[in-house]
Design a binder for this molecule. Structure first.
Ligand code: SF4
Length: 874
């Protein structure tokens, strides 16, 4: 491969909180080459499947290129004056708390800083919250309670030195794949043991020494049991205790808890405790499975208690390490993006902190209390308390719990502004004013990853049309609202310097977040800034927190918190007998506005699904490939059933990514209850209660086309392919004229049609040709359609296409498993069988699968194991 490092621009991947460095080289035609940066400490050149496909997501086909007011194109002057006027009028009439910003972990720190300054310092409300509330607010609360501030003590290097890594509520293999590959490398080198604590069997379990499939929400009971065992074994570290308070109260709570609520095998619990207590260097990685819970903050503190009690913190190779979902969730935490924080880890409820920030900003108004957290914020939109809302780079109509209610609230809001890179989101479609924002490769600024490393994101492509940077849009609204000098920014570097200076003031209050050593960076220095772990002061750079036993409570000590297991907020009952767990897929990101543009990524799992245990499927009469309706008191969702023992009995799992744009009846957050953690306000996205029934469609369809389709039936899910689009369809009612229906679906009024129909059996197969070329095909059946989808998705120009089967000389590759080399499941299974492949490495040698980013290696291992099991059983 060509060495790009000398001529490429160094930037950062915009997806997950690993914060991988990338090398970007524009091709001169609007495209990019993207490779991993070998010099970035987070990834050392590695990229996962999503990062590797970044170049496929920079096209302009779905971009918003000009401001829209009431759906009509306009100029910036009109749009921004309207935004400034409506916010000013609303505040004048109803007070500052009648307006709100809902922002995103996709924002750069500089964007976040300006948004936060505008809302908290000048509008005078704290009603700014970020979608990071859905991601890691419980960790922030847990850290603050234990350490006195939101410090992440661990670093990625700790994974290289740990002897035991416990993944709690973290499918690291899919959600933070480069970190997982780093863990795999350490395991190979030093035999690191791995325990996965997760109700679901995930790809991360494939390499685990122990998997604990605990009952939903029972993590506190498990870690309380561990703490009590630590005490019983005399392993509480007396030296460490001199730097903490609360051990006795924490132990009392731990001893009172009952580990049987985890419903784990007692031998497995004992093994977990033995492995944890018997290993000095333990890293506990935790993520959404811990945070997204009505007891998320307590789960975090239950984990921290064990590390604090044993001194397994502040030392190389051990400590708790929360991994964030978004690229700049950490930056948002640092800069005050949450409604209950000021910038630089200062507290909004502390009068001295408020006064310091107010004086620094010369702010006319500072709120004295926290603002509305995400769930409450949208409730306030819904009941009319918030009358002007600005949503920036996020899609709450899809991603918030009780999403239908959020949709209705935004639709009824008197004035909604949305800034985004595309108009094609469920939320953007409800905007009164839609502002075209610059996208990832067009933006300049900084992000902070999960181990406190600040990296530059650098612009390499010109912003198309009228698109502008978010900090620039926000600052101009601030100026138009009357605060000219406070928002007179010309560059993101200026904003960063102001932020770094403010952090020096925060440090005088004893705060941990101090990057004042960067406050003198000139434009050249800012441009050249290398990945830098904070703190950065005149005397200190990076390093490890808590090694000296100093914490950030007023007495300098850490707190062990007495926490007690609480059941999830909802309870299963005969009407809603299943626990619904939601989560991410390997190759998709959030609501697919970027990854959904890549045919390669979309080929991995092209349809929304529900995982259900075989026994539950049997009882509910659900067969493989059936459509199922998932219902809760808040909404419904229709998904394809996958019957699998990866989920335990009584639990179902659905991915979060599908939207009104891609599968409107499969928005799973319409079903999720908006129960929240009482401390962090984070919603419980992993333990709603639902009913699952077969969706008895009267017909099912599979469609392929060289152009985008416009389905209008009860269920559809469409996804891009290399040659166009594919779609799954299902509907109610009898359709007598499939030809007209298909012409409308494909937008092909004139194309030549071939039809094979059996009306008595409800079967129809149609092919459409233009200029002798196949351009679309539709397969209809009264049962889920049985055709070779991945073969048909290539729009093969063959005469017997309507058979739906691949000819012997052109086998169906099956669903893509290795996105990097486009290798399908069937291809891999055939190679395992015919070539006698016995290892993931052998598959790589034969087919290249798994030899680039490595994200698919756990699935390759699982496929290999099941193929060999099947063979042994024959
Ligand atoms: S692990 Fe993947 S998605 Fe996350 S930052 Fe790295 S390349 Fe991007």
């Amino acid at each position: 491969m060509k060495d790009l490092s000398a001529c490429a621009t160094r930037s950062t991947c915009p997806y997950c909180g690993v914060g991988c460095g990338v090398l970007l080289q524009p091709d001169g035609a609007g495209g990019l080459t993207v490779t991993g940066d070998p010099d970035h400490p987070a990834n050392q050149g590695r990229l996962c499947s999503k990062g590797s496909a970044l170049a496929e997501t920079v096209g302009l086909s779905q971009r918003l290129l000009a401001p829209l007011v009431a759906g009509k194109e306009t100029g910036w002057d009109h749009a921004l004056q309207l935004v400034a006027d409506r916010f000013r009028e609303t505040i004048a009439e109803h007070g500052p708390d009648s307006v709100a910003f809902y922002v995103s972990g996709q924002l750069l720190t500089e964007d976040y800083y300006v948004a936060n300054k505008l809302m908290k310092g000048f509008i005078g409300s704290a009603n700014i919250d970020t979608n990071s509330r859905l991601c890691m607010a419980s960790t922030v609360a847990g850290h603050k309670r234990a350490f006195g501030t939101d410090t992440v003590p661990g670093t990625y290097e700790d994974l290289d030195e740990a002897d035991l890594v416990v993944l709690v509520g973290s499918n690291l293999a899919w959600c933070h794949p480069v970190l997982y590959q780093r863990l795999m490398a350490a395991r190979q080198a030093r035999g690191t043991k791995i325990i996965v604590v997760d109700p679901r069997r995930t790809a991360s379990c494939d390499s685990a020494d122990l998997h604990l499939p605990l009952a939903a929400g029972s993590d506190v009971a498990l870690f309380n049991h561990l703490l009590s065992q630590i005490d019983t074994a005399g392993l509480v570290d007396v030296d460490s205790l001199t730097h903490t308070t609360g051990i006795h109260e924490a132990l009392d709570s731990a001893l009172a808890d009952d580990v049987s609520v985890t419903r784990l095998n007692p031998d497995d619990i004992a093994q977990f405790c033995q492995m944890w207590m018997g290993t000095e260097k333990v890293v506990t990685i935790f993520s959404q499975g811990v945070n997204q819970s009505s007891s998320g903050s307590d789960k975090v503190n239950a984990i921290l208690n064990c590390h604090l009690a044993t001194g397994r913190i502040g030392k190389p190779g051990c400590g708790p390490l929360s991994v964030t979902g978004q690229p700049n969730a950490m930056g948002g935490r640092e800069v005050g993006g949450l409604a209950n924080m000021l910038a630089c880890h200062l507290d909004i409820e502390n009068a001295d902190h408020r006064a310091a920030v107010r004086d620094f900003w010369s702010a006319p108004a500072m709120p004295e209390a926290p603002g509305l957290k995400a769930v409450d914020l949208f409730r306030a939109v819904g009941d009319g308390r918030v009358k002007a809302l600005w949503v920036i780079h996020t899609n709450p109509v899809v991603s918030m719990p009780e999403a239908d209610a959020v949709r209705d609230a935004i639709a009824a809001c008197p004035f909604t502004v949305v800034s985004d890179i595309t108009a094609r989101t469920d939320t953007a479609r409800l905007a009164d004013v839609l502002l075209p924002a610059a996208a990832w490769a067009e933006k300049d600024g900084t992000v902070t990853n999960s181990d406190r490393t600040i990296s530059r994101q650098r612009s390499v492509l010109p912003a198309p049309g009228q698109a502008r940077a978010d900090w620039d849009i926000l600052a101009e609204v601030g100026r138009r609202m009357g605060w000219v000098s406070a928002f007179d920014y010309q560059t993101p570097g200026e904003i960063f310097r102001e932020y770094a200076t403010l952090s020096g003031i925060a440090a005088k209050f004893g705060r941990d977040f101090d990057i004042s050593g960067l406050s003198d960076l000139d434009a050249v220095g800012y441009d050249a800034l290398q990945p830098t772990r904070w703190p950065v002061t005149a005397t200190r750079q990076g390093g490890r927190f808590f090694a000296d036993g100093q914490f950030y409570h007023p007495d300098g000590k850490a707190r062990l918190l007495p926490v007690t297991w609480r059941a999830p907020a909802a309870k299963t009952e005969p009407r809603y007998p299943f626990w619904l767990n939601t989560g991410r897929l390997r190759d998709q990101w959030h609501t697919m506005t970027r990854t959904g543009m890549s045919a390669r990524l979309s080929a991995h799992l092209p349809e929304p699904f529900l995982d259900i245990h075989p026994d539950d499927a049997h009882v509910t009469g659900i067969n493989p490939a059936d459509l199922v309706q998932v219902a809760s008191p808040h909404g419904t969702s229709i998904l394809r059933a996958r019957i699998t023992s990866d989920v335990t009995q009584g639990q179902v799992f659905a991915p979060i990514h599908w939207t009104g744009e891609t599968a409107p009846s499969a928005r799973i957050d319409a079903v999720v209850a908006a129960a929240t953690d009482p401390v962090s306000g984070q919603p419980e996205s992993k333990a709603s209660v639902v009913n699952v029934t077969r969706f008895n469609a009267e017909w099912y369809g599979f469609a392929v086309s060289d152009r985008e389709m416009q389905p209008s039936c009860e269920y559809w899910a469409k996804t891009p392919t290399k040659t166009g689009y594919r779609a799954e369809l299902a509907g109610m009612g009898t359709i007598n004229d499939w030809q007209t229906t298909a012409r409308d679906l494909f937008g092909l009024p004139e194309a030549q049609t071939t039809i094979v129909e059996d009306p008595a059996r409800g079967m129809a197969r149609l092919a459409f040709h233009e200029h002798g070329q196949l351009v679309a095909a539709l397969f209809i059946s009264p049962e889920p359609v049985a055709v070779m989808r991945d073969y048909l998705a290539t729009l093969p120009q063959v005469p017997d296409l309507l058979s739906g089967r691949a000819p012997a000389d052109r086998p169906d590759p099956g669903p893509v498993l290795c996105s990097c080399f486009d290798v399908g499941v069937n291809t891999i299974l055939t190679a395992i069988e015919t070539k006698g492949l016995m290892s993931v490495e052998a598959i790589g040698e034969a087919l290249q699968a798994g030899t680039n980013c490595g994200s698919c290696r756990p699935e390759l291992a699982s496929l290999l194991a099941s193929a060999h099991q099947k063979e042994a059983a024959q």
